[in-house]
Design a protein. Structure first.
Lengths: 475, 1520
């Protein structure tokens, strides 16, 4: 463990950010890492609990958090790096984008502030790259089995890496021009610089993972081809069907889905060609983001960087409390008020607000008609109810719908393969295996839209299931 | 004759124990007279309270008397019977118990007669011994044998030669009867057959012995000596033959190492030869039979040694050697004698006071620890009396020439032929020089040059080390939590919060064979030893190699390898291997088996067979030392689990009669933690080389896991030191002092191994629920081996984490895990029944998935009753208690929170071992009460004052605690805050030590005495005794019930703790399911269950747990960890660091502020559990809880256990219901008899009414005898009840006694009382003294020098908190042990004076024994050191010695001595004061180092006049 009573001696010190005025002028990352001494103190706060809730309930990957904290405390970075990678394929990504349920589950968070786990992870993996400790781990021998992975988001890549290391010939199919899926196109550069993905992909390539980009399976190649060329397939194309807001006026221009909007900016940042017609920018506009989640927050940051003159973010749920409420007791993920770096950059957040109608001038949206709502529990279900007389209007030049995702896109592959779906319209699986035995699935396609860390975990799990299935001689 | 029941259910007859009182009286001149028998009778009657009675209160456990043969009497009797006896010593008399079945008896008689004839002697005739059996108790009566005497003509043989033949004849007859009749022949028993002595004994209480045998009253019976014995057995089963004395001895105590001694005696038979016996020696075998008790085995072995030519003292010195470690100043010849004999025979270790005789010599001896009392006196008329207590025979003071006590390891001997007392020194120097032992040793013993040099850390092949570590099951957690701390600190690692992982047999993980064993430990019947503070008696030294004929002694006997300890480094073993001497050959045998086999069990079996054959062949080739090695492990060869390999070779050689031919050394990659070494030694290894552990340490160093400054040699050294300390601790838990007698003693219990396996390799080990066999062991070994040589998954680390100690996702399952902890907290914080249901469901479900034994139980269906007819939850919770957690181990806030909660619901909380703030005795204005209903009395006796005792509903004697049975505790200085120090009567910042044993409980009769003391301290209080489950706990519980306790608490092995060595948490004791079921069965079998309540605790978590425990026999239930979780604990397992962020396991004020627990949480938890209990009761059809107690018939094994290991388990022994046809009750239904009625204090109270009511100055005079025990305690209770802890004003009441006071004189004496004793006192004087004054004065008329004579017994002032004592004479061992406030002046004392003292003041005006001030962390002692040798006797680990030069010291000392003079009229005091200027310079002041620094700081702080900084804070800084 770190230091006995280290948590009494040292306070939690959060990671700093570049000044707002500076950072909103670019799309560069905004964290300012702690110094070595500062980090040492933060690691000293970990108590190496008999039951590490961070590891036991917090982290879906079951990262061995107390153990790497200790190694960092002892300045044994290389071993920490090795340990971290034993459970997590892409710690450099989770260290940037994970909301860190480990920290809210940290025992210290009950009566103090949790250990700075995510940033410790960040520093371990960054040092690993810097020192060249993160090397390809190609398999000792090949099995001769071939696996196709559909989709190159975190789930697909994790599965691909694990399978390649187990000696299977692994091919990743990606419909976009570049590998990375949501990581590349869904997360703004200021949260995850894209060089991070490229850096990791080099390792995957060296371990034997093959990438086929710009190929949409089901259109560009058939499922029959897959069946013929591969021993099995792992579907990992995410939960791409965005949730829509079907209210009057939805047809106006300048009402876009968050993913479209964010990916556009990401392409711009990386210099990918974007057709003039699809270009949407918030420059000098009033931008409204509907949806109060993480994606919404990413949109806010992007809108800010594009130079909006005013930003609103609407959320239909009531404003969460500042401290942990009884319905999400420790160590669960608490429903509390969270302020992201994007919020710090300036945005008006409205809670308990429902958008009833878009109206516009000609084809473009110009305002939202909204009202306040309250939530009532009826038959054990929460129902939303308008509060009479609270109608109001917001001006709007650009509306971004960040309402989450419904499920995997059904058209195409799923239908072609006639896969069974579960009651939430995701792909139904049993130990990652779909109703079609040679087809496995991982990530959001199975779980619905969720955290990157779940996707990686799912990809790893699928890889184990596939490996076992293949070892049994199945095809 | 009725017999001790054979093993049934969980009961094992060999777990029986006994304790006792012994005595001997001898006419030193050898003159025979009848009065000696009368004295014997008096002794016995006055030791009555040390014995016990059975369930019927009239059957004693046994009593007897051993005499010289009264020739005149027998001559006359034989004349009457028509035959004539030859001259004395030319004929033998046998006392023969026979069957009531005449035919069987006749056949046995015939066999005996034939045996006598076989040896050329002749039976002259038989005499029916007249008996009067109407005095007998019911149970004794059913078992009564026929008793006859046989008279044997020596036919020319006489004395020693005749004695030898009689011995042979008896052994021959016993052997043939056993062979012919088996168990049926058990009734045939020859109590004695000798030409010198005769023994009358039986199943009596003391007085019955004399009523039963009219012979003993016959004036014609005379003898120069008598040995008497009164037995206290843990059972109530009839057994006449276990009564003592035996043929040579009477024993008070317990031989802990019996199973090892038995094994070695068996091994020795092979090469046993004696010129005196020639071919007849076969008649003696087996020397020991399985039905013999420990004392009987000792007696038989002693008899063998004596009959084959060694003298009695010589034989005794072999079997009970005194400690001869480097700290003892003894002659080199004596040291050589003991060392030589340690190559011949291992000690018979354990608490023992022994009186022995061969007909001419009569003597007594104490074990090396002096754990049993033995006092003697010599009269002016030439009579010597030796007994467990002083004052058993009363003489006028002027007739007493000398008084004394036996000292540890010392012998008292009377030669009735020479007519004198021979001193210990004289006997021993004579024996030690009768042969040139020293030269023999120097010339023969092998001490390899370079062996045990400073170890180097061997390099290791790091490429392959991971393979090997996996092959032997290493985990990352072990490296981090076990090996690293051992290497860094040289200590075993510490952990907290108990164990919640499955037993090995229930685990899905591949466990090492080691994990299927649990250490046994001493409780009640013998004490654990403190291996740190009393380390001087301990030894790891041993000789190994070929053992030779024990009946002979030659220089070759010690031609063996001397090992100072059993851990060999990798270099040592190489060096050993290369040693080649003609007469000392070392051979390596390989312990591996083939991996690629279709039948793993067969493959393992073949491996084992060839291993044992190889060992045998090696011996035939002349090997003296065999190395059992698994170095040949490879891709194709799997290591045989080292324990199995060792046990197989040991057992195999034993069976082939070859074990004595070689030493066994284990070279294995498997052992690494302390438990492993203990097991290997315990099953036969003489030394162990843990080669992979050393390599792993090398790896850790390379990786940077160990501090850089540490040299390799230091790492290895530390590791070895940690193992050594660990072994010492483990053997001391069992009360064993030397590794020599621990080796092969098998002091373990197996859990989860099948009978066949155990019988084959671990013969004699208890394994009560069956389990796995060779097949599963082979499977586990191969699986481990396979994973070792297999490719690891991508990115995986080389080793798994493990998760045995800390929860990890991929690791071992834990009952406390993120789900259970968080759901329980949610339930109690938000009063959420659903969350509780989740919690209970998760726990019960996990249990079912093989975390606990109870998880595999199922309820049998019953007729459900509506739930509203079931007793309300409010009633059920009254059966609940919280665990004994001291304020000290947990914070004030947490402690009080629990107390308030439990008081609110009418349940009981427990103080734990740490006293209690008296302000908590008064209820608060809001109605809350913080007074704990249960107050604990543990070995540290912290804060145990008369006031504390008086405010309890229940007093709990903690014999052991689940997490670390057999161990003491230590509260480090930095945890002793102002507050804690106040409660514990200690100094802030000074470390507090709880000794491993209660120093007033070394045996079962001592426990009965403490129970008596506590009942006196608070008449009407219930006394509970806390035991920990292990095999045999049931018999101990029966002893506890007979000792008059009202409740027995059976703790599971897995209970939580503030701090305990990990090896204790994991490997000691057994689950409560076993302990509880055994307790219930044995209590019911003994018809004792209805008078004692049974409580259980140990990881109880849910209502289901409670119901299972209830059905197994429990009536009360303790919750420790679960209650803590309810108030916020999340099992950080960091209590030992004091860093609890929830303010529970800490005293840090900052952290305590974080405590957020509320009494409501605990209340809710208890109520939730009770509700769950109700639901199950409804389902099962019980309306009242008491209806389900003991209804084990409502439990059965869960169906369909398909776990590969667990499916072999067999719970029928747990579910065994003893025969209750005779209406023995299954639960508490009556109270224990009140034994306080005849207490002397009732008379005193009458006479002292005026003093008590009106505080009138009163002086009372009365006589006192040794049977008047615990005098002054009831009196103190009534005073404190009336006036509170301050009692009466000093000098109000003085009581003057004349005579010999019984044990615990003035225990817990309250202020204002002065007890003046003119005479002498026994053990435990001033126990827990709470402010009163005790004076012991030598009578004026005594002719001896007061300061040279023993006037008080052992263990005085134990746990005293205040008051003063003046003793005009010498006291025994452990004077002022754990004193924390009393002032004492004494004129001399025995060993271990002022041990564990934390406060108060002691002045010694004379000699002290050795090990003075061991563990003394507070208080001050002044010792008059005239010989200037005190520093050699003092244990300087924690104290320093100063001169008395400060004026204030001088004044203080002078004043104390002056008061001593005033109170006792001491000549010694007068002498010192008269020559004060000369004498003062001879005093040495003993000051604990911690304490001195604390005092200096406190003084400095006072002088600084600061209001802001409490002095204690500074002490912490330093103490850290």
């Amino acid at each position: 463990m770190g230091e006995v009573k280290g948590f009494l001696k040292y306070k939690r010190q959060d990671v700093g950010h570049r000044p707002v005025q500076e950072r909103i002028r670019d799309f560069e990352e905004l964290d300012l890492p702690l110094t070595a001494d500062q980090l040492h103190q933060q690691a000293a706060r970990c108590m190496d609990c008999g039951i590490p809730f961070c590891h036991g309930v917090g982290c879906p990957l079951k990262n061995c958090i107390p153990d790497f904290n200790e190694l960092v405390y002892k300045n044994r970075w290389q071993q920490a790096c090795q340990l971290l990678h034993s459970t997590n394929n892409f710690p450099e990504i989770t260290a940037r984008v994970c909301p860190a349920p480990c920290e809210t589950a940290c025992t210290l968070s009950v009566s103090d502030e949790p250990v700075l786990i995510r940033h410790i992870e960040f520093q371990i993996v960054e040092r690993g790259f810097e020192q060249g400790w993160i090397k390809p781990q190609p398999p000792a021998g090949k099995t001769g089995k071939r696996v196709a992975i559909i989709g190159s988001g975190p789930a697909g890549l994790a599965a691909a890496q694990q399978l390649a290391r187990a000696g299977h010939e692994t091919v990743v199919f990606e419909k976009d021009e570049k590998i990375g899926g949501l990581l590349r196109y869904g997360i703004p550069d200021f949260k995850l610089g894209k060089y991070i993905i490229d850096r990791r992909l080099k390792q995957l390539s060296a371990e034997g993972v093959q990438f086929q980009t710009g190929v949409e399976v089901g259109q560009d190649i058939s499922t029959r081809y897959l069946r013929k060329m591969f021993d099995c397939v792992c579907l990992a194309m995410g939960a791409g069907q965005p949730r829509d807001l079907n209210i009057p006026g939805r047809g106006y221009e300048n009402i876009v889905f968050a993913m479209e909007y964010l990916s556009l900016q990401n392409r711009l940042c990386s210099g990918e060609p974007v057709s003039e017609s699809r270009l949407v920018t918030a420059r000098n506009k009033v931008g409204i983001v509907i949806g109060g989640g993480d994606t919404g927050s990413d949109c806010v940051g992007t809108v800010r960087r594009q130079g909006a003159k005013q930003i609103y973010q609407l959320e239909i749920l009531p404003k969460p409390p500042e401290t942990r409420p009884p319905d999400t007791p420790w160590p669960t993920w608490p429903r509390i008020m969270r302020t992201s770096s994007s919020h710090e950059e300036g945005c008006e957040r409205l809670w308990g607000v429902m958008t009833k109608k878009f109206s516009g001038v000609e084809v473009r949206v110009s305002q939202l008609e909204c009202c306040r709502v309250e939530w009532i529990k009826k038959n054990n279900k929460w129902q939303v109810k308008e509060l009479p007389g609270t109608d109001f209007i917001l001006p709007a030049d650009l509306v971004i719908l960040a309402l989450g995702f419904e499920h995997v896109v059904h058209d195409g592959l799923i239908k072609d393969l006639r896969l069974k779906l579960d009651d939430r319209d995701n792909i139904a699986v049993s130990n990652y295996q779909t109703s079609e035995p040679w087809v496995f699935a991982a990530g959001d396609t199975v779980r619905g839209a969720s955290l990157v860390v779940h996707a990686i975990n799912s990809g790893r799990g699928a890889a184990v299931a596939i490996d076992q299935w293949l070892k049994k001689g199945n095809k | 004759m009725l017999k001790v029941p054979s093993n049934r259910g969980l009961y094992e007859s060999r777990r029986e124990h006994d304790g006792c009182g012994i005595g001997a009286v001898v006419n030193i001149s050898g003159h025979r007279e009848h009065s000696i028998i009368k004295y014997g009778k008096q002794i016995l009657l006055n030791l009555h309270h040390r014995g016990a009675t059975g369930a019927d209160e009239t059957t004693g456990d046994g009593a007897g008397i051993l005499l010289q043969i009264p020739h005149e009497f027998f001559f006359a009797e034989s004349e009457k019977l028509g035959f004539s006896l030859p001259m004395p010593y030319q004929y033998g008399v046998g006392m023969v118990f026979g069957s009531k079945d005449a035919k069987l008896r006749q056949e046995c008689d015939r066999i005996l007669e034939e045996a006598i004839g076989h040896y050329g002697m002749e039976v002259l005739g038989w005499r029916e011994v007249p008996v009067l059996n109407d005095c007998l108790g019911k149970i004794a009566l059913v078992a009564e044998p026929s008793i006859r005497q046989v008279f044997v003509d020596g036919r020319g043989l006489q004395d020693e030669a005749l004695e030898r033949c009689l011995y042979l004849a008896r052994k021959r007859a016993e052997r043939i009867v056993r062979e012919n009749f088996g168990d049926k022949g058990e009734d045939f028993y020859v109590t004695s057959l000798s030409c010198r002595t005769i023994c009358y004994k039986g199943m009596f209480m003391a007085w019955q012995l004399f009523a039963y045998y009219p012979d003993l009253a016959d004036e014609r019976i005379n003898s120069a000596f008598a040995i008497v014995h009164q037995r206290y057995s843990t059972n109530t089963f009839p057994n006449w033959r276990l009564a003592q004395p035996f043929r040579c001895i009477a024993h008070n105590g317990e031989i802990n190492t019996l199973s090892g001694n038995r094994n070695w005696m068996w091994a020795r038979q092979t090469n046993m030869a004696s010129g005196l016996f020639g071919d007849n020696i076969g008649d003696l075998f087996p020397i020991l039979t399985p039905d013999m008790s420990d004392s009987a085995c000792f007696d038989s072995t002693l008899e063998l040694l004596v009959r084959t030519g060694r003298s009695m003292p010589h034989s005794i010195m072999m079997m009970i050697p005194e400690a001869f470690g480097p700290k003892y100043h003894i002659s080199t010849d004596k040291r050589a004698f003991y060392e030589y004999h340690s190559s011949v025979m291992e000690p018979w270790d354990g608490p023992a006071a022994m009186v022995f005789t061969d007909g001419r010599f009569i003597g007594g001896i104490l074990d090396r620890n002096g754990l049993r009392p033995c006092r003697y006196l010599v009269t002016t008329e030439g009579l010597a009396i030796l007994a467990s207590e002083a004052g058993v025979v009363e003489f006028p003071p002027e007739k007493i020439r000398r008084k004394g006590r036996l000292r540890p390891g010392h012998m008292f001997l009377v030669d009735t032929v020479e007519g004198r007392i021979i001193t210990d020194n004289e006997i021993k120097s004579k024996v030690a020089r009768q042969k040139p032992y020293r030269r023999w040793l120097e010339e023969n013993r092998i001490e390899l040059r370079g062996l045990f040099d400073a170890p180097k850390l061997v390099k290791s092949d790091l490429e392959t080390i991971a393979h090997r570590m996996r092959a032997f099951g290493y985990t990352r957690e072990e490296l981090k939590m076990i090996l690293t701390p051992m290497a860094v600190n040289g200590q075993e690692p510490i952990g907290s919060m108990g164990n919640d992982t499955p037993l090995a047999v229930l685990s899905d993980k591949q466990k090492l064979l080691f994990d299927y064993f649990k250490q046994l430990f001493a409780q009640v019947t013998n004490p654990a030893i403190d291996p740190l503070r009393e380390g001087l008696v301990m030894s790891l030294m041993a000789f190994t190699g070929k053992k030779r004929n024990i009946l002979d002694e030659t220089p070759r006997h010690c031609r063996q390898l001397k090992l100072p300890h059993p851990v060999l480094t990798n270099e040592d073993i190489e060096r050993l291997r290369t040693v080649s001497r003609d007469d000392f050959k070392v051979t390596t045998v390989s312990a591996v088996f083939k991996a690629d086999s279709s039948d793993p069990a067969d493959s393992l079996q073949r491996g084992l067979n060839s291993l044992v054959n190889d060992a045998e062949n090696a011996i035939r080739d002349g090997a003296s030392l065999i190395i059992i090695s698994d170095r040949n492990t490879s891709r194709t060869m799997v290591p045989i689990p080292s324990l199995l390999a060792t046990a197989a070779v040991h057992r195999g050689l034993l069976n082939r009669g070859l074990r004595g031919e070689v030493g066994l050394i284990v070279e294995s990659g498997e052992p690494r933690e302390v438990m492993h070494f203990c097991l290997l030694c315990g099953y036969g290894a003489n030394a162990v080389n843990p080669y992979l552990a050393f390599e792993a340490l090398y790896l850790l160093r390379q990786q940077g896991d160990l501090p850089e400054r540490m040299e390799p040699a230091q790492i290895a050294d530390n590791y070895i030191a940690a193992v050594k300390k660990g072994i010492l601790k483990t053997i001391s838990k069992m009360g064993i002092s030397t590794l020599r007698s621990y080796t092969a003693a098998q002091l373990f219990e197996a859990i989860g191994l099948n009978r066949q396996l155990v019988d084959e390799y671990f013969t004699g080990t208890s394994s009560r629920i069956g389990g796995i066999g060779l097949k599963e062991i082979a499977f586990e070994a191969i699986a481990r081996h396979k994973s070792a040589f297999q490719q690891r998954p991508a990115g995986a680390l080389e080793l798994d984490f493990g998760g045995e100690y800390h929860f990890r996702h991929e690791g071992e399952r834990h009952l406390w895990n993120p789900t259970t902890v968080s759901r329980l907290q949610h339930a109690v914080i938000y009063d959420n029944a659903e969350a509780y249901a989740d919690y209970a469901g998760a726990v019960n479900e996990q249990s079912r998935q093989l975390c606990t034994l109870r998880g595999l139980f199922e309820f049998t269906e019953g007729k459900p009753v509506p739930i509203d007819e079931v007793e309300p939850a409010g009633g059920i919770v009254k059966r609940f208690c919280t665990g004994a957690m001291s304020h000290g181990s947990i914070s004030k806030e947490a402690h009080e929170c629990l107390a308030i909660a439990m008081n609110r619901i009418g349940a009981m909380s427990n103080t734990g071992e740490g006293g209690e703030d008296p302000s908590r005795y008064n209820p608060e204005t809001n109605g809350n009460s913080k007074n704990c209903a249960i107050k604990q009395v543990a070995s540290g006796r912290f804060g145990v004052t008369i006031n504390y005792l008086a405010h309890a509903k229940e007093l709990q004697i903690k014999i052991a605690q689940g997490a670390k049975p057999g161990e003491g505790g230590q509260l480090p200085g930095h945890k002793v805050t102002d507050e804690i120090a106040k409660l514990r009567y200690a100094t802030p910042g000074v470390t507090l030590i709880s000794p491993p044993p209660h120093h007033d409980i070394y045996s079962i009769e001592d426990l009965a005495q403490l129970i008596y003391d506590l009942k006196c301290s608070n008449p009407g209080v219930k006394v509970s005794v806390k035991l920990v489950a292990e095999v045999g706990v049931g018999t101990i519980a029966a002893g506890v019930a007979k000792g008059n306790a009202d409740e027995v608490l059976i703790s599971g092995h897995d209970g939580g703790t503030g701090a305990s060595p990990l090896s204790s948490i994991k490997h000691t004791g057994c689950p409560w399911e076993l302990g509880l079921a055994e307790t219930q069965q044995v209590l019911v079998m003994n018809r004792l269950r209805d008078r004692i309540r049974v409580q259980v605790d140990g990881q109880l978590k849910t209502g289901r747990d409670v119901v299972v425990a209830g059905l197994l026999g429990a009536e009360q239930f303790g919750f420790g960890t679960a209650a803590l979780v309810a108030i916020g604990c999340t099992l950080l397992r960091k209590c030992h660091e004091g860093a609890c962020p929830f303010g529970i396991g800490t005293q840090d004020p900052e952290l305590r502020k974080r405590f957020t627990g509320k009494p409501e949480y605990v209340q809710r938890f208890m109520l939730f559990v009770a509700e769950e209990v109700r639901q199950i009761m409804a389902q099962l059809g019980f309306r009242k809880f008491e209806e389900l107690v003991g209804r084990v018939d409502r439990l059965r094994t869960a169906k369909a256990i398909d776990h590969y290991k667990a499916k072999g388990l067999d719970f029928s022994a747990i579910f065994h219901q003893p025969d209750i046809s005779d209406k023995s009750k299954l639960r508490l239904s009556q109270t224990q008899p009140n034994k306080l009625d005849d207490h002397l204090d009732w008379q005193i109270l009458e006479k002292a009414a005026a003093a008590i009511e009106k505080k009138k100055k009163t002086v009372i005079e009365m006589p006192i005898r040794n049977v008047n025990r615990t005098v002054g305690t009831i009196l103190s209770n009534s005073i404190v009840s009336k006036y509170g802890p301050q009692g009466l004003p000093d000098g109000t009441l003085e009581i003057v006694f004349r005579g010999s006071a019984g044990q615990s004189f003035g225990a817990f004496l309250a202020p204002g009382i002065t007890l003046r004793l003119i005479g002498e006192s026994n053990d435990y004087l001033g126990k827990g003294l709470s402010g009163g004054r005790i004076i012991v004065q030598t009578p004026d008329k005594s002719p001896f020098m007061a300061h040279e004579n023993i006037i008080a017994g052992n263990t005085l002032l134990y746990g005293a908190t205040g008051g003063e004592v003046f003793i005009n004479g010498m006291a025994g061992e452990r004077f002022a042990v754990r004193n924390s406030g009393a002032t004492a002046v004494v004129e001399g004392l025995g060993d271990h004076g002022c041990e564990y003292m934390t406060g108060g003041m002691v002045v010694v005006l004379g000699q002290t024994g050795c090990n003075f001030a061991a563990g003394m962390s507070g208080g001050i002692a002044y010792v008059l050191d005239e010989a200037q040798l005190f520093d050699t006797l003092c244990n300087l680990d924690m104290v320093e010695l100063q001169n008395v030069w400060r004026q204030e010291d001088k004044d203080l000392l002078y004043d104390l001595i002056q008061r001593h003079l005033k109170w006792t009229n001491s000549e010694r005091a007068q002498h010192v004061l008269d020559a004060w200027p000369d004498m003062v310079g001879k005093f040495v002041k003993v000051v604990p180092i911690d304490y001195r620094k604390a005092l200096e700081r406190i003084r400095a702080a006072e002088q600084r006049d600061t209001e802001t900084t409490p002095a204690t804070e500074e002490v912490f800084q330093w103490a850290r």
